[in-house]
Design a protein around this ligand. Sequence first.
Ligand SMILES: NC(=O)c1ccc[n+]([C@@H]2O[C@H](COP(=O)([O-])OP(=O)(O)OC[C@H]3O[C@@H](n4cnc5c(N)ncnc54)[C@H](O)[C@@H]3O)[C@@H](O)[C@H]2O)c1
Length: 456
Amino acid sequence: MKNIGVIGGAGYVGLVTGVGLAALGHKVISMDLDRHRVDLLRQGRSAVYEQGLEDLLAELSSRGQITFTDNPAETVQASDVLFVAVGTPSLDNGGADLSAVITVAEQIREYISKYTVIVVKSTVPVGTLGAITEILSHTLTEGEDFDVVSNPEFLREGTGLIDFFAPSRIIVGSDSKRAKSVLREIYEPLLDGSAVVQIPWLDPDNTISYLETDAVSAQMTKYAANAFLATRISFINEIAGLSEKVGGNIEDIVKGLGMDPRIGSAYLQPGIGFGGPCLDKDLRALITVAGENSYEAVMLNGVLNRNELQLREMVNKITLAVGPSLYRKRIALLGLSFKEGTNDVRNSISIRLYRLLNDLGASVVGHDVLATDEVAILEPKFEVYADLPSVLNGAEVIVLLNREDIYSSIDWSKVSFGPKQPHVLDTRGILNVRELQKLDISYDVLGSAKSPKKLS
Ligand SMILES: NC(=O)c1ccc[n+]([C@@H]2O[C@H](COP(=O)([O-])OP(=O)(O)OC[C@H]3O[C@@H](n4cnc5c(N)ncnc54)[C@H](O)[C@@H]3O)[C@@H](O)[C@H]2O)c1
């Protein structure tokens, strides 16, 4: 078993990785410069929400399998392997901001005292591993003192633990045989099925693909995967828009598409577009890499353009419902985190919609199951409630933005509206439209031409 340090250990990826590696039997020291988050973790609480995470954390902490610190020197010195999971947000030009990765590389160089494998989990563009190697090589020798490996992360927020213990694949990119064998040893308990992890919803028969490759291919695979998922979303949004025009029903179209095993139905649900901490940021970073390499990313730009148009289309739909202007119109947005099952509001497209509506003078209220505190920090003027009736009451337009069960099971007959019935815009196809029809509430389901009422 290895001594492993996780840098950025209080973030989504870092925490799931640290807890997961500790559960495999490794001794983990998890380091983060966010002291508040580290203090919380020492008390067994996590600032990021993942189902089952705090329970596992409590058990592993009590056994001393994982500890938390904000001290980089202690972390680097205690570790044979360092997983780097710091953030790589978008710069204004769309490229990835690598400043945290660079800082970490400098700290590792300062405190390293024995051969250490540096594993880059953060999503970083091609060239970054070379930059880390260069920083370390100022005083150290590659292959003797350190090796750098790309081990991109594919977890999905909301199912983070499942994705750690039963990942679709593990990809390890490096030219160093020594480093590759260290990574293989780390993941072996997952691969040979010997890891005993008490997570009830885990499929025990899951098999994990393990791919060893070079660092460039590993990094490109991560970006290609996210760009492909974004492409599917933009594709189905475009088909949904067209389907509305010609009188189709997107639900059946998606069903029909998904019946083709070459296509499948994952990431083919129409919606307001993609946002969140990864898809938009990684797509932009890939487009920037293409530009830097004088390569025209025609398709990738199209995917991004459709996503921007989709958001504007939502504003148009809302305006059409209560127009001619949105001034002082009460609009309720349901679902503010970037997707259901998480409290992550980073680059949430729902928040972008709020800003656009707010700029147009609308009086916007919002509801979220997990993210009310996070929204309050991000947008202090946004009136947000965890209590659904307060948001629905008096709304002129109600916009369903994610697939939380609480929204599909709203009992509309019990909602007390203002003087006028609201208009309901369902961007995720989760409404029980029969009930709305019975109550004579006008609605619009994205991608479906079946809205019963003409909007005036
Ligand atoms: N969130 C996801 O779903 C997801 C999935 C796959 C890959 N990724 C990638 O993983 C990386 C991390 O993403 P995240 O969502 O976990 O970010 P995050 O913001 O949740 O976590 C990053 C953490 O790093 C810490 N940090 C920043 N600089 C540091 C430093 N110098 N030393 C120690 N800690 C430092 C921050 O305090 C924060 O807690 C990104 O590159 C992201 O693109 C994210």
